[in-house]
Design a protein around this ligand. Structure first.
Ligand SMILES: [Zn+2]
Ligand SMILES: [Zn+2]
Length: 196
């Protein structure tokens, strides 16, 4: 299955101009099997997304992109954020408490990776090795940062507009139908980041 793990919609991300229903239509048309909505510092109620997913007959799962002291962080498996959390270390603790996973988003967007390798390994389950909104050089540097720490790399489009949906996705060998499946698949490390 190919799932875009990094998507913003206009409902909860003020910098996106694409409605969730449109995102789903485009993702389906572009051959994806699912999307994860990762709004900036806001998490969709899981029940709302389940309804959206059922109505569209398309896999839509909850995630979040959190602004932290170490940059943007993608987290999967959280139902809510601690109020005002901005420390990646505090977020790591929260993710551990909740059984959630966290990945450094677009690590090399600004040219170099702003996190030391030891910190990467200590605090993150992996890196976003391919971000659909970054260029090839940025993605190569992001991929290298993960490889050098032996951290797995995920991929997502980081779409905020219609043309960006599905520019990158993560391919999983198994069927994923719920957030628990996604977490298990991510924990296995057996997946492949794709630029599409
Ligand atoms: Zn970001
Ligand atoms: Zn983003």
């Amino acid at each position: 299955m190919q799932i875009d793990l990094h998507v913003h919609t206009s409902t909860l991300s003020s910098d996106s101009n694409i409605a969730p229903e449109t995102t789903i239509d485009l993702a389906r048309a572009r051959g994806l099997d699912g999307v994860v909505l990762t709004e900036h510092d806001r998490i969709w109620p899981w029940a709302t997304l389940a309804k959206l997913s059922a109505a569209a007959d398309f896999l839509v799962l909850p995630g979040v992109e959190i602004t932290t002291d170490l940059g943007h962080v993608l987290a999967f498996g959280l139902r809510e954020l601690p109020p005002g959390v901005s420390s990646a270390r505090a977020l790591r603790q929260h993710c551990d408490d909740e059984g959630a996973l966290m990945y450094l988003a677009h690590p090399a967007r600004n040219g170099s990776v702003p996190v030391r390798p030891e910190e990467l390994v200590e605090l993150f389950d992996g890196v976003e090795g391919i971000n659909g909104s970054d260029g090839p050089l940025q993605n190569q540097a992001s991929g290298r940062a993960g490889l050098s720490c032996r951290l797995p790399a995920i991929a997502g489009s980081d779409s905020h507009t219609q043309h960006e949906v599905g520019l990158a996705a993560t391919r999983f060998p198994q069927s994923i139908t719920a957030i628990e499946d996604l977490l298990e698949a991510l924990r296995s490390g057996n997946y492949q980041p794709l630029a599409l």
